[in-house]
Design a protein around this ligand. Structure first.
Ligand code: ADP
Length: 239
């Protein structure tokens, strides 16, 4: 059964309410920190105990940006979890999409940074997938690979199994420890606090990514070794 509505089956719908509840409590927690910081500064400005400075305003902007990013990410995630994201499954040719993303990301690479390459078999089969959502998945995974890889390579590799086409994003970056791997797709999860400030990430990207893969009836897997690199791979059904 490859009908577009399969990802929104009954079991899935029953879990939605629970997920939304969890999401609300996570959200409250994540929003509190920047809000507290902003209110603190504003109160001190108001009573004159600190004076305005460029640095202070920059801090306020930073915290506000964080709130913005968080709400954007959350909107995407809650749409994906509740099945509100429109998913239109069509026979999709992956090569054009992958080539244009490789080109786009190549522009962001530094001279001495990692090389970015695409490996694919001569006849990539058509996937039954949604073009925009597939792009979103790739942007998230390639963006992470770039963020956590200072040198070496980032390889996007397409392969096919019996009923699926697989896309793997391999990097030679900082990697993820074995203890952390099971939690990597949890929302708000980050390998450590320092990474969050390093990446400016909210730890929602992979939760969204997994949901987008599942909504297209695919699977997502990760392999990683600390200090060596990571492989994120996801499947899409064949058209
Ligand atoms: P964030 O927005 O914080 O990057 P994600 O959900 O995309 O959130 O990723 C969650 C965490 O997983 C990241 O904070 C990082 O610790 C780890 N991670 C994700 N991708 C990679 C990668 N390619 N290499 C190393 N660590 C990664």
């Amino acid at each position: 059964d490859r009908s577009p509505s399969r990802g929104l089956g009954d079991v899935y719908k029953r879990q939605v309410e629970n997920r939304r509840r969890e999401l609300m409590s996570d959200l409250t927690h994540e929003l509190r920190t920047p809000l507290t910081v902003v209110r603190g500064y504003l109160e001190e400005l108001a009573d004159g105990s600190i004076s305005p400075s460029t640095e202070l305003y920059q801090n306020l902007i930073k915290e506000t940006r964080r709130l913005e990013r968080l709400t954007d990410d959350l909107q995407e995630l809650s749409k994906a979890e509740a099945g509100y994201l429109s998913i239109t499954l069509i026979p999709l040719s992956l090569l054009g999409l992958l080539q244009s993303l490789i080109e786009k990301f190549s522009d962001q690479l530094l001279e001495d940074g990692p090389v970015l390459e695409l490996i694919y078999p001569p006849d990539i089969p058509l996937a039954l997938a949604d073009s925009d959502r597939t792009e979103q998945i790739l942007v998230n995974l390639m963006g992470n690979a770039l963020r956590y890889t200072k040198k070496g390579s980032i390889t996007v590799e397409v392969s096919r199994s019996k009923n699926q086409v697989w896309i793997a994003i391999k990097d030679t970056g900082i990697g993820i420890s074995e203890a952390d791997l099971p939690y990597i797709f949890e929302r708000f999860w980050r390998a450590d606090r320092s990474r969050a400030s390093y990446s400016g990430g909210s730890g929602i990207g992979l939760a969204i990514t997994r949901r987008l893969v599942e909504l297209q009836n695919g699977k997502i897997e990760v392999e990683s070794e600390l200090g060596k690199g990571s492989i994120f791979r996801f499947s899409l059904p064949l058209a």
